[in-house]
Design a protein around this ligand. Structure first.
Ligand code: FES
Length: 214
C-alpha cells in the first residue's frame, strides 16, 4: 500500500491513488460522452467515482488529494482545476468522513417540520456533540446542509447518497440504531407517504380512468 503523509488538517492523506477495476468500468462510459478535446467536462462524475471507490475500499466517502491528481492526469487538466471543483461543491468531502455520512437539512422548510428534533436525536444516538465531527466508533459524521431539494417531505436526513424523509426524533433514533446493526433501511418517506403525495394519500388524480370520449 502507498506511503502516507499527514495533511495540513492533521488527517492522513494517501500518497497515491489509482482507480480500481470497478471504477474503470464506471469511467469508460462517462468519458465516452465527451469529445477528446472536452474530457475535462467529466471532472465532476470522476470525482463521484473516486468517492464511491473510497467508500468501497476505506468505508469513507472522500476525495484525497492524490485522487484529485489522478483525475487531473486522466482528464488532461491542471491539478488546480480539479482542486477548485472538489473544494467548491459541498457534496465532495475533502477529508475523511464516517462510514455513514449524516447530512442533516436545517433550512427553513425542514426546520419548520422538526429538523431541530432530528439533529438532537442524531447527536444523542451517535454521541457526536457538534456538526463536522465523527463519532468515536468512526461510523458516523454529522454535517449540516442547506436545502437538498426534497422539502415536500421535510425534514430530510441524507445518509451517504440516500434520502430518509419525513423524519422525527424516534425515526432518526431507529434509523441510526439500524445502521449500527449493519442494516440499511429502505430510503424514502419514513411514514409511508407515496412519493410526494399528501400525507394520507393522493387527493387528486386518484383514478387512471380515461376521460369520456367526446
Ligand atoms: S429545506 Fe430541507 S430539503 Fe429543502
Amino acid at each position: 500500500m502507498a506511503e502516507h503523509h499527514a495533511g495540513e488538517d492533521g488527517f492522513v492523506q494517501p500518497a497515491h491513488f489509482a482507480f480500481d477495476a470497478e471504477s474503470e468500468a464506471a469511467i469508460a462510459p462517462i468519458l465516452a460522452k465527451y469529445p477528446p478535446s472536452r474530457q475535462a467536462s467529466a471532472v465532476i462524475p470522476l470525482l463521484y467515482v473516486v468517492q464511491k471507490q473510497m467508500q468501497r475500499t476505506a468505508d469513507s466517502r472522500w476525495v484525497p488529494r492524490a485522487a484529485m491528481d489522478t483525475v487531473a492526469v486522466r482528464l488532461g487538466m491542471p491539478p488546480i482545476r480539479v482542486y477548485e471543483v472538489a473544494t467548491f461543491y459541498f457534496m465532495f468531502n475533502t477529508k475523511p468522513v464516517g462510514k455513514f455520512h449524516l447530512q442533516l437539512c436545517t433550512t427553513t422548510p425542514c426546520w419548520l417540520r422538526g429538523s431541530d428534533d432530528m439533529v438532537a436525536a442524531c447527536k444523542s444516538a451517535t454521541g457526536i456533540a457538534h456538526f463536522g465531527e465523527t463519532s468515536a466508533d468512526g461510523l458516523f459524521t454529522m454535517t449540516e446542509v442547506e436545502c437538498v431539494g426534497a422539502c415536500v417531505n421535510a425534514p430530510i436526513l441524507q445518509v451517504n447518497d440516500d434520502f430518509y424523509e419525513d423524519m422525527d426524533a424516534k425515526l432518526t433514533m431507529d434509523l441510526i440504531a439500524a445502521l449500527k446493526r449493519g442494516e440499511i433501511p429502505p430510503r424514502g418517506s419514513m411514514i409511508g407517504r407515496q412519493t410526494s403525495a399528501p400525507v394520507g394519500g393522493p387527493t387528486t388524480l386518484t383514478t387512471l380512468d380515461s376521460p369520456p370520449a367526446e
